[in-house]
Design a protein around this ligand. Structure first.
Ligand code: GLA
Length: 344
């Protein structure tokens, strides 16, 4: 058995993949064998889709209709299409990995900040152009989009976001409205964020983002990034959050799952396997008991050696299910066995 087949009765299993993976045949074989969904770790973010070369030649022409390019992302879309694996699109609107110049008059970082009106028009133009470009060449390849990423921090709408500062939280609703308008029928639209199990954040997102979007028929799913630690959050808090979002009737994806662990000893890797097993049991129980419509669990990267956590945490991390030469770890075997034996 592999991950995707073991979990096929319940939900999809995916991974984020990088440019390095795209050049490594063994990694691509692993993707085809184990997963039925994948996400670009980086190349589908605005900094890679915005076509600066074209825009900078005639900024006035593109002022509210930003040109986009599929150059960096084409290899992923081709791979998905050739192998019949669907992709999560990540991410249309984010304060991070979006060039500073995008928020300035004439797309010139030295010019004043662009007006709210201009930014709303650019937001619409960008989403329209990205969705249209991808869907016209690769219809059906992307089945879900993270429309807005990480709009909440520090107790409310993220204060240090150019979107929030220039437009205010209206940008979130405009983004979903536009995505709904231009996305192919059936494409699932997600709000995605980290530490979505923290009480205040969970409740803030539910009240201020999810419910208003649900009322307007603009959202299909909640993305719980799920960058976890070995001792935080408690599995109970994770479960409560999953069921809270699930109770809204949304599809739930864990979009960026990893569990930071800096100790590669056998005992510690067994503890990692146990924690993953507990987590996947929560997903399976919620799904089979109708408490949350879990649709896909995506691991953030394929191998321990590729994980962003080693840089982010400033210590070597061993957070995933595979390592080295695509060898499965204890955690892989635990997660697969759990699904194979579930309900038996
Ligand atoms: C956030 C983003 C991801 C990725 C990670 C770190 O969670 O949503 O795209 O950048 O940070 O790798």
């Amino acid at each position: 058995m592999n991950l995707k087949d073991a979990y096929a009765p319940y939900f999809k299993v995916g991974a984020a993949i990088s440019g390095r993976d795209m050049k490594t045949p063994k990694h691509l074989e692993l993707v085809c064998r184990e997963y039925n969904s994948f996400t670009c770790e980086n190349e589908m973010k605005p900094m890679f889709l915005l076509d600066y070369d074209t825009i900078s030649k005639d900024p006035a022409k593109y002022d509210t209709d930003p040109a986009v390019t599929l150059e960096r992302v084409r290899k992923y879309l081709d791979f998905a299409k050739a192998n019949g694996i669907q992709m999560r699109g990540h991410t249309l609107v984010w304060h991070n990995q979006t060039p500073r110049w995008f928020f300035h008059e004439n797309y010139d970082e030295k010019a004043p900040t662009a007006s709210k009106e201009t930014m709303l028009a650019r937001l619409e133009g960008y989403i329209k152009n990205v969705l249209t470009a991808i869907q016209s060449e690769y219809p059906g390849v992307i089945y879900a989009w993270d429309v807005v990423n990480e709009a909440v921090d520090e107790g409310g709408f993220r204060p240090r976001s150019p979107w929030q500062n220039i437009v205010g939280e209206e940008f979130i609703f405009k983004a979903f409205e536009t995505a709904r308008k231009y996305a192919e029928p059936g494409v699932l639209l997600f709000y995605n964020d980290y530490t979505t199990y923290e009480y205040w954040k969970r409740d803030f997102i539910v009240e201020n983002i999810l419910k208003p979007l649900i009322d307007r028929g603009l959202i299909d799913g909640m993305g719980m990034q799920s960058h976890l630690l070995m001792d935080d959050p408690s599995m109970e808090d994770y479960k409560i959050a999953l069921e809270t979002y699930g109770a809204l009737g949304l599809v739930i994806h864990a979009t960026e799952l990893d569990i930071h662990n800096n100790d590669n000893s056998e005992a510690s890797m067994q503890a990692l396997a146990d924690r993953y097993e507990q987590l996947f049991k929560i997903f399976l129980d919620a799904k089979t008991q109708g408490k949350a419509n879990v649709g896909c669990i995506t691991f953030w990267c394929l191998l321990d050696e590729e994980s962003w956590l080693t840089g982010f945490r400033q210590e070597t991390s061993y957070p995933l299910l595979f390592h080295g030469d695509c060898e499965p770890k204890k955690a892989y075997h635990s997660v697969v066995a759990l699904a194979e034996n579930y309900g038996k």
